[in-house]
Design a protein around this ligand. Structure first.
Ligand SMILES: *Cc1c(COP(=O)(O)O)cnc(C)c1O
Length: 403
């Protein structure tokens, strides 16, 4: 194992907050992001999952006879939890072999007149095949919800992701780029749909001083600790403790509560987000430039495949998502790197049917490609704090893992 360092790198590239971001200001977060992305007005919610829950509640009212929601079998457990909380039925779709997209044949087979919505997912900043999901959805009269939780700023055919489907959402959670500790943004190209989403939120989302206090204190702690010295305490040490007790699900934070809180986002957190958002376009450009410099080096490593976007798309680069030849090689590389503080980690630990704590929510289903994806994938941070020397150390370990 590599020697432990004083400085800990985060697994994804978040936009660091500045002291001046914490000053009071105008609550223009949603409007600022909409202007940057060139989208219609965005609707701010207390998390990406809350945004999804509001979407599902809305679509259910529009098509009350439809109850099934089709999601990729390898995605964030929160997506499954939202479907359950909306009172809908989960239908998993296996992945395309070695890819984050849903398999087209499996997708068509999963859809019928009971399908309410399909959720293509822009995983790791990479852009998903929304067209295939759209074709499958329209053939049965279902909606498309783009899960762009990890892809704020990604573009497809020159426009922001989230606008090709009926509804899309971004996450502003910790670890997802721009963060107000927990938050989410809803977008929809159709004004009627936007109005409907706003009405649903007005009806089901309460004010909660308690939640807003909690999130405000968490945001302050995030602002203080999201730097190489603080991350050891806030991220690295808990990660290593979880791995020592053999709990990888806790190590990557896949162990979510089964109830999703709904509350309004307060003025101060919106102002903090609005201050930080002014630096977002330049930050995303820097990440993209660093990624383009480092991708060729990663691709030279035998046996490593780095996932990239389709030709009509430009994703964002919070981290690199790699596929290794098999579980043995992936685990050998992780044994060296996971605890080293170098920002190497895993995305989600399991395919959805394999989480013990989701047993009552997720149907048991054969999803071999999703399982294979969980077994062979590994992530490398694209944080700007990860310098060329650190990056070369990681590449060197990957090379010896195959030698
Ligand atoms: C994080 C995430 C979500 C949920 O977003 P939150 O803001 O954390 O609630 C949904 N889908 C994917 C793919 C995610 O990574």
């Amino acid at each position: 194992m590599l020697p432990r360092r004083l400085h800990e790198l985060p697994p994804t590239a978040g936009l660091p907050l500045r002291l001046t971001d914490l000053c009071p200001g105008a609550a223009t977060l949603a409007a600022g992001i909409a202007a940057q992305l060139g989208t219609p007005p965005l609707q701010l919610e207390c998390s990406g999952t809350a945004a999804l829950l509001i979407t599902l509640t809305t679509l259910r009212e529009l098509q009350p006879q439809r109850r099934r929601v089709v999601i990729p079998a390898f995605t964030c457990p929160l997506v499954a939890i939202a479907v359950q909380q909306a009172g809908l039925e989960l239908q998993l779709c296996d992945l395309r072999a070695g890819h984050y997209d849903m398999d087209a044949t499996a997708l068509r087979a999963a859809c019928d007149e009971r399908t309410l919505a399909i959720i293509p997912t822009h995983l790791a900043g990479r852009v998903a095949d929304v067209d295939a999901a759209f074709a499958a959805a329209r053939s049965v009269g279902a909606y498309v919800i783009e899960d762009a939780a990890q892809a704020l700023g990604a573009r497809r055919n020159g426009v922001s992701v989230g606008l090709a489907g009926d509804v899309g959402f971004f996450s502003l959670a910790v670890g997802k780029g721009l963060s107000i500790y927990e938050g989410g943004l809803l977008l929809a190209r159709d004004p009627g749909m936007r109005e409907h989403l706003a009405r649903t939120a007005a009806r089901i989302v309460p004010h909660s001083l308690g939640w807003e206090w909690k999130r405000s204190i968490e945001l302050l702690a995030y602002a203080a600790l999201y730097r190489p010295r603080g991350l050891r305490l806030a991220y690295g040490d808990p990660l290593r403790r979880a791995l020592r007790r053999g709990d990888p699900v806790a190590a990557v934070g896949d162990d979510f509560p089964l109830t999703i809180p709904l509350h309004r986002v307060g003025h101060w957190r919106q102002a903090v987000g609005a201050h930080a958002a002014a630096r977002l376009p330049a930050f995303l450009d820097q990440l993209s430039a660093q990624a383009q410099r480092r991708l060729p080096r990663l691709r030279r490593i035998d046996g490593v495949e780095v996932l990239d976007d389709p030709t009509n798309a430009r994703g964002t680069w919070p981290f690199f998502l790699l596929m290794l030849p098999d579980r043995q090689h992936r685990d050998a590389a992780l044994a060296e790197l996971w605890q080293a503080g170098l920002g190497v980690s895993r995305l989600f630990i399991h395919a959805l049917p394999d989480y013990d704590y989701l047993r009552d929510i997720v149907p048991t289903q054969a999803v071999p490609n999703a399982r294979d994806f969980a077994a062979r994938s590994l992530t490398i941070s694209n944080s700007l704090w990860l310098n060329d020397g650190d990056f070369e150390t990681i590449c060197g370990v990957l090379e010896t893992a195959f030698a």
